[in-house]
Design a protein around this ligand. Sequence first.
Ligand SMILES: [Fe+2]
Length: 296
Amino acid sequence: MNSEFLNTPEVQTLLDRSAGIDKDGGDTRLKAITRDLLEALFATIVKHDITESEFWQAVTFFQQGVGEFGLIVPGTGIEHFMDLVMDERDREAGLSGGTPRTIEGPLYVAGAPLVENGANLTTDPDDTGNLSMSGQITGPDGEPVKDAILHVWHANSKGFYSHFDPTGEQTPFNNRRRIKLGDDGRYSFHSKMPNGYSVPPQGATDVLMQALGRHGNRPAHVHFFIEAPGYRTLTTQINFGDDPFARDDFAFGTRDGLLPVPERDGDDAVIEFDFSLQRAASHEDEVFSARARAEA
Ligand SMILES: [Fe+2]
């Protein structure tokens, strides 16, 4: 089909009316974004000669996959693209340096116990080795970051996260803590070794990955938020540099600078990793994004 079809008055009027452009009420910014999104979708339908059956198959996929949007978004690279966009905005604003940000993923739970430095994160029994992680959080001039709170969360040895564990075996905050740090910015914690995981078998993300000839595996990793007065809140994670999926992460969470190779001793591992924060330019920099997060 000729793509000029998109520019016919009938289609353009449909786009205006669908996005409420021809109405006074509503949110102007949302109208403009909605119109562009719809136009991109219409253009894709035309470009690829999408049939009615294919179209409804796609609608069904999204209807059935709604519970896995938190995985589909990183799996399709959209969450990583947002990181790239924020990096580029930083670059344009002359902001650089610091530990790279990377995707939060859908498995953070707010309200984890606030504990002292050196804490054990693991509450539940887990027949695996021990992970010890430590390092220092500094600012742009190498100064220790004072009074930081390090939010840490990771999977258990089966690759399941507490609160989202389909086996129901974990207590609510297993492998989740907020660690209160002091004046020197030093942190340390220990826990039971996390494992990488794959998306739920036969779930929407798995179906999509297979249809794209991809897999749904992540390497073993540990997630962090770091918040501290005067500094920009950092969302990041370290991926185990010796994991087979370290550079083939379906969620695109792996980034250069976030791939420490653990020092292994049998089943146990030690990771030394320092974080560097940027200074906050505004209060908005010091708080979390408005994403909806689970609470327990
Ligand atoms: Fe994760």
